[in-house]
Each structure stands twice: as structure tokens, then as C-alpha cells.
Design a protein around this ligand. Structure first.
Ligand code: SF4
Length: 63
């Protein structure tokens, strides 16, 4: 599973960090950091993050 965030779209809302804190975090500079190759067990969390992101900036690639 590959996670990609379009940083041009991301507006640092932080919604993804609430539903999948093991994958997404906002730094003190308010810039999003994320794990691009998270453990498959986190898939449902990442799928939820895709849904809740108000900027539709998160893509989930691969099986
Ligand atoms: S929810 Fe979307 S816009 Fe907000 S920090 Fe996460 S990727 Fe960025």
C-alpha cells in the first residue's frame, strides 16, 4: 500500500491526523508529514483519512 498526499492541495486541516495518527502528523510548523508505505494493517484508517480529507489531497495506491 502506498500513500501519497498532494501537498499542493493539503491545507493542513489535520483531519487525517485524527483518524490515522500512525500515518499522518502535523509538525509544529503545521506542515503535514506522513508515512508513504504504512503497514497494511492500517489500511482502513488510511481509507477513512482519504474520505475525511476536505481537500481531497490523499491518494491510496496499490493493493
Ligand atoms: S486532512 Fe487533508 S488537507 Fe488536512 S492535513 Fe490531512 S491531507 Fe492535509
Amino acid at each position: 500500500m502506498q500513500v501519497f498526499v498532494d501537498m499542493e492541495r493539503c491545507q493542513s486541516h489535520g483531519s487525517c491526523t485524527y483518524v490515522a495518527p500512525a500515518v499522518f502528523e502535523l509538525g509544529e510548523d503545521d506542515v503535514l508529514r506522513y508515512e508513504p508505505d504504512p503497514d497494511p494493517s492500517l489500511r482502513e484508517r488510511v481509507e477513512e483519512a482519504v474520505l475525511v480529507c476536505p481537500a481531497q489531497a490523499i491518494r491510496l495506491l496499490g493493493a
